[in-house]
Design a binder for this molecule. Structure first.
Ligand code: ADP
Length: 162
């Protein structure tokens, strides 16, 4: 069984992430969307909320599982018996950081591959930080995050923006 892990902050999940997940789900037997608990980042949403949003949106996808982890991604990959890391690429600005991480993970375990999914043109400008900024300032984020979580995300981010 080919299992891949799509790790990320998902703070919050956007339609750009969902697009990557849907495409990965067509290529792998199982996709584990893994919310990263990164102590160096100050997320807008708790780990539990970020995972709950993903679970709600992805509940009808049979081969997609939502989980969270802390620590080294490579260790998590071993626990899950996954062999492929999925990451998304938007503009050139993503490249350097993604390149470094992919090479470091390859050094840690040569048997694990990172596969990059090119963004869907329609979402190439879309990031969680942009969503947080726009919603915090009262702008409309419909179409940028899944409809199922829109109201909750907007309410939380407006409160923060006040
Ligand atoms: P991280 O903090 O790990 O970068 P993110 O939630 O910001 O977490 O992103 C997770 C992954 O999804 C990254 O590989 C990122 O490049 C990718 N990604 C984010 N937004 C998009 C998008 N609009 N299209 C394609 N890939 C995306």
């Amino acid at each position: 069984m080919k299992i891949c892990v799509y790790p990320g902050s998902f703070d919050p999940v956007t339609n750009g992430h969902i697009d990557v997940i849907q495409r990965a789900a067509r290529m792998f037997d199982k996709v584990i969307v893994a919310v990263v608990a990164n102590p160096n980042k100050q997320p807008a949403f708790t780990l539990e909320d970020r995972a709950a949003f993903l679970k709600r949106v992805l509940s009808d996808m049979d081969n997609v599982e939502v989980d969270s982890f802390s620590g080294l991604l490579i260790d998590y990959m071993h626990v899950k018996k996954a062999s492929v890391i999925i990451r998304g690429l938007r503009a050139v600005s993503d490249f350097e950081h993604e390149f470094q991480m992919a090479l470091m993970n390859k050094k840690l375990d040569d048997n694990i591959e990172t596969i990059f999914m090119m963004t869907n043109g329609q979402y190439s400008y879309l990031s969680s930080s942009m969503v947080k900024e726009v919603a915090g300032l009262g702008g409309c984020i419909k179409g940028l995050v899944p409809d199922e979580i829109l109201t909750e995300v907007v309410r939380a981010l407006r409160k923060k923006g006040e």
